[in-house]
Design a protein around this ligand. Structure first.
Ligand code: ATP
Length: 687
């Protein structure tokens, strides 16, 4: 077996993080701000920024832009109304003047090139709603997005590398995750799909539709067809908001005849739904439900990013379907780019800071990309085997057909049949004719089947792209363009490295100065150290401030979750009461019961309780009598106090011996009993 020229495993590779800031939208520009309606934070901003000559303090139109991007350093600065500005550094940062072409050439192109070389790749756009995720991934008529650019890149590569020894197969799938349901956007009825697999071996979606494409234009058509099925809606933040997470999967298989090897690269292009604060969401219950699910999935994604960044032993991939789908892209076998989209307006300050923090954390995630060579599930191998099988079948059929059609030996050479009985001569002629007809129809059928097989082979071969080795002028032009773009990218990379080096040098110089500095006077030393102490104190203060902010953000998020949950339960209760839980005969509503459904991972209303059976006629009981109370009767004043009467004198009987004694009858031995209270009272009453 020929040894691969390049290593199969790339070194552990960190997730690359890019920040893109969109311009102020037309709506934002139109919003008029006067001094009265300005929030206190906004006024603070104005004060601070006007002292820095960033804004004109007399001009109060439109929200403030509080984000400043330094593309040459990959740094994003956010003006902070409370204290020091916040600075975040990434692999690249683009301001509102940058187009998607620049972003693609500098960051995404190398990743797609790796996919064409058999690696897995993922580009995902993350950010608050309305910050330009769909704009970046899908693009517009004027500015094509990352996805169609990747299609063109793939096909220009295939055309440029066309050779009879190389065969390609390109297939696309498109799924969306809406309210925790995975749906196939390329199937007729948007059927629901199941994610299978385990955390150890990876998750996969076995039943999703896979469409084989033969050009970039065909892939764009597939994407547009899927987009028509995608859940979208209007929110207060975005006219056309994506309400689902969408994953476009491109699989590129390349077979090399000489090496007899197949490389399979998979590219996940993900447009996440935007996170949205409840207070900024439209109030409808469906919107609340959507927003709650979107935020839930995004917070699971945040937890996975945090766990990976902190090298935690447990990464909660299983918490949501989104994190299951993205498992390989985050900490697995993939090269990944995260595009964090932000808006520049001051009223989105909190969301912008949250996005930037997540993006900063994602920089620490290490992936382990491996080139996929000769995987078992390569479709190309399946197709090639099927073509071989069909060809062999056709050969067999042709051979059999040849034997059937071979000229029959002349009658003289044939063994003489036994002489037929003369009366059946006519019957025999008919049977021979029938035999002939049957044989001919069989031959016809066989011919049809062979043609069918040939058509099958043709359709299979059509799916595979095999170049004839001729590169035309346009392809050459494309190739030189690609080379030029790669050179530009290398220059940008070098510049970035220079900046990084400069930062490191500055840091080193600062530390060595402490050690090597010699001070002429004691005062000089005191001044220097005071300055350093001040710096340390301000750093400490900013870290504390960040901690407090994070806690506040966490608390407010929790409060929002709770409020959202309460709103959803109230809505559910209202609907159920209206719909079917009211039992008119009983004249009262049944008790609402909620149960937690593990499959859908949600609270659901349990089936309403059946109406109570018609009330049975009441059993008639005798009326309860008042308890008998015995009252002492008042005694007449002349009555003497009661004294029991003395027992009557009974004459003494002679004592018998024990042996002679017979059991005396009870009555005879009955002792006089003390009178009962009743008797006593009764007697008293009579007296
Ligand atoms: N870089 C940009 N340049 C110009 N316009 C932009 C840019 N980014 C976004 N926009 C515009 O901002 C609006 C919102 O963008 P988009 O729909 O892509 O946001 P989103 O993040 O996908 O929102 P959601 O999460 O709600 O789907 C669109 O009108 C889009 O054209």
């Amino acid at each position: 077996m020929e040894k691969s020229a390049r290593p199969r495993t790339a070194l552990n590779e960190c997730v690359k993080v890019v920040v893109r800031c969109r311009p102020l939208s037309e709506r934002e520009k139109k919003e008029s701000y006067d001094e009265v309606s300005k929030s206190r934070a906004e006024l603070k901003w104005y004060e601070r920024l006007s002292t820095k000559s960033i804004v004109d303090s007399k001009k109060f139109d439109g929200p403030l832009q509080v984000v400043k991007v330094w593309p040459e350093r990959g740094t994003v600065q956010v003006y902070n109304p409370k204290g020091e500005d916040k600075l975040f550094t990434y692999d690249a940062a683009y301001d509102c003047s940058a187009d998607t072409q620049t972003l693609y050439d500098e960051m995404v192109r190398p990743l797609v090139a790796s996919v064409l070389d058999g690696f897995n790749g993922c580009v995902f756009a993350y950010g608050q709603t309305g910050t330009g995720k769909t704009h970046t991934m899908e693009g517009t008529a004027d500015d094509e997005g990352v996805i169609p650019r990747a299609f063109r890149h793939i096909w220009s590569h295939i055309e440029n590398n066309a050779s009879p020894d190389v065969t390609h197969l390109v297939a696309c799938s498109y799924v969306e995750l809406y309210l925790e349901d995975v749906r196939d956007l390329l199937s007729k009825d948007n059927k629901k799909l199941t994610i299978r697999g385990q955390e150890l071996n990876g998750f996969y979606i076995p039943e999703m539709t896979s469409v084989v494409c033969k050009s970039a234009a065909e892939m764009v058509r597939v994407m547009k067809a899927g987009n028509r099925n995608r859940a979208a809606g209007r929110t207060d933040m975005n006219e056309h908001s994506s309400r689902s997470h969408a994953v476009f999967l491109v699989t590129v298989e390349t077979a090399h005849r000489k090496t007899n090897r197949i490389r399979v690269g998979k590219l996940n292009l993900v447009d996440l739904a935007g996170s949205e604060r409840q207070r900024k969401t439209g109030a409808s219950a469906d919107r609340l439900r959507e927003a709650s699910r979107i935020n839930q999935a995004l917070s699971s994604l945040g937890n996975v990013i945090s766990a990976l960044a902190e090298n935690s032993p447990h990464v909660p991939y299983r918490d949501s379907k989104l994190t299951r789908i993205l498992q390989d892209s985050l900490g697995g076998n993939s090269k990944t780019i995260m595009i964090a989209n932000i808006g520049p307006a001051s009223y989105n300050y909190d969301e912008t800071i949250t996005t930037l923090r997540y993006a900063h954390r994602a920089k620490a995630i290490k992936n382990k990309p491996v080139r996929n060579e000769d995987p078992k599930d390569a479709k190309l191998r399946e197709y090639q085997a099927e073509i071989e099988r069909l060809r062999a079948l056709i050969e067999q059929r042709r051979a059999a057909d040849g034997r059937r059609r071979a000229p029959r030996p002349p009658r003289a050479q044939r063994p003489a049949p036994p002489p037929p009985p003369p009366p059946h001569a006519e019957e025999e002629t008919v049977s021979i004719e029938n035999e002939h007809i049957i044989a001919e129809s069989t031959i016809e059928q066989e011919k049809c089947k062979t043609e069918e097989l040939e058509l099958q082979i043709k359709s299979l071969e059509e799916r595979l792209v095999q170049g004839g080795g001729g590169k035309d002028l346009i392809n050459n032009l494309n190739e030189s363009q690609i080379i030029l773009e790669q050179r530009n990218m290398e220059i940008a990379e070098r510049k970035k490295r220079e900046v990084e080096m400069q930062q490191k040098i500055d840091l080193e110089e600062e530390t060595t100065a402490i050690v090597t500095n010699t001070f002429a006077t004691l005062q000089q030393e005191v001044d220097h150290k005071t300055q350093r102490l001040k710096k340390c104190l301000s750093k400490y203060a900013s870290l504390r401030e960040e901690m407090v902010e994070q806690r506040e953000a966490h608390d407010s998020e929790r409060r929002e979750h709770e409020a959202l949950q309460a709103a959803l339960i109230a809505e559910l209760r209202r609907r159920l009461l209206l719909a079917d839980s009211f039992v008119p005969e009983a004249g009262r509503a049944t008790v609402l019961r909620l149960r937690y459904d593990d499959d859908s991972d949600a609270w659901e209303a349990a089936a309403p309780r059946a109406a109570p059976p018609a009330a049975a006629p009441p059993r008639l009981r005798p009326p309860r009598r008042a308890p008998l109370r015995l009252q002492p009767l008042p005694l007449p004043p002349t009555t003497r106090p009661y004294r029991p009467r003395a027992a009557p004198q009974v004459p003494e009987t002679p004592v018998k011996k024990e042996a002679d004694m017979e059991p005396a009858p009870r009555k005879a031995t009955a002792r006089p009993r003390a009178p009962t209270a009743h008797q006593r009272l009764g007697t008293a009453g009579v007296r």
